[in-house]
Design a protein around this ligand. Structure first.
Ligand code: SF4
Length: 324
């Protein structure tokens, strides 16, 4: 079950002497707005709740908080990785897992069966509260576990745009759910990834999914290659804005005789692009957009780091570049 530690956030807001708060929360938590708002109001805060979609701590609505004369922004769901000139308090979502002991036993068995005695450990913010316990358990069973801090990430944490904390070990244990991060880890570092999913209690080696992913990316890039007019998508979100990169890509494409326009928006989606006479999109924003959501675009959409393949580099060393 996902939990928010609002108490800690409330203490921090009080310390900052904040009275009027702009509250920002992820899509999945909107059904709990009332409960969250009541809790905050009970503590004397005046609230404005921002309803624009928010998928990460790259999206910190500071300008909106300033415009609304708020004293602070409360960002629910993620932890800090962007420096700001305005008071921001974070209340990350954390999983409270049942049967963690059984699952840790399974992980140990899996590693021993596969003769893995040394492993790098990473997870996402929702499971980071288990880092210490997992490391201690594995260590007590004779398995060496390393975890590192990354550029702007805390120990053991990976983000879809940031794999800088992945330890320099041959095998990486990803503790979490979904395939996006394991694929990201593999294609950013070329390491073998073992997925330990505490929600399904399954442990598996990332295998066939790597080829499927690569095949899909190559198909998209090849389709995008046929275009003559490109829309380069830039987000105004504070942690996603890559206008310098967008300008560089525009120049590179023009040098190859292609045309390109830079399209700026906050939340990027296909609807906003309807009517633009371009044949393919290049996203400089969150990498998940062109990877998780490419199916919701009628035209091919690729990531900025994939432009080099579009311009001729071969796919042998396909690498997913991190933002950081
Ligand atoms: S850019 Fe994407 S992956 Fe990175 S923090 Fe933002 S939403 Fe998450």
């Amino acid at each position: 079950m996902l939990q928010i530690n609002l108490d800690k956030a409330i203490q921090q807001l009080k310390k900052k002497n904040a009275k009027k708060i702009l509250v920002q929360l992820p899509e999945g938590l909107k059904t709990r707005i009332e409960e969250i708002a009541l809790d905050l109001e009970k503590n004397g805060f005046e609230l404005i709740i921002i309803m624009d979609p928010c998928f990460g701590a790259c999206d910190i609505k500071i300008e909106e908080a300033k415009k609304m004369n708020c004293d602070a922004l409360l960002h629910i769901g993620h932890n800090e990785f962007i420096e700001t000139d305005f008071p921001v308090v974070y209340a990350p979502l954390e999983y409270k897992l049942k049967r963690i002991d059984n699952f840790l036993k399974k992980i140990v068995e899996y590693l021993k069966e596969n003769n893995i005695r040394k492993i790098g450990f990473v997870t996402t913010i929702q499971y980071i509260n288990y880092l210490k316990e997992i490391k201690e358990k594995l260590k007590s069973k004779g398995i060496i576990v390393t975890s590192d801090t990354g550029k702007k990430t805390i120990e053991g944490q990976v983000l879809g745009c940031n794999y800088s904390s992945v330890p320099n070990e041959k095998n990486i244990l990803f503790f979490g759910d979904g395939l996006f991060h394991p694929l990201g880890i593999h294609f950013a570092t070329q390491k073998e990834v073992i997925i330990a999913n505490p929600l399904t209690m399954k442990i598996s080696l990332l295998g066939k999914e790597k080829n499927d992913f690569l095949r899909k990316r190559i198909l998209l890039i090849e389709r995008a290659k046929e275009a003559n007019n490109y829309g380069i998508l830039v987000s105004t979100k504070i942690g996603q804005n890559k206008i310098v990169l967008a300008k560089k890509i525009k120049k590179q494409l023009e040098e190859k005789g292609k045309k390109a326009r830079i399209f700026l928006m906050d939340y990027i989606n296909e609807e906003k692009l309807l009517g633009a006479k371009v044949e393919a999109y290049i996203s400089t924003a969150c990498p998940r957009l062109a990877i998780d959501d490419y199916n919701s675009y009628k035209k091919p959409i690729i990531n900025a780091f994939e432009v080099k393949y579009l311009l001729g580099e071969n796919y042998d060393n396909y690498k997913l570049d991190s933002f950081y």
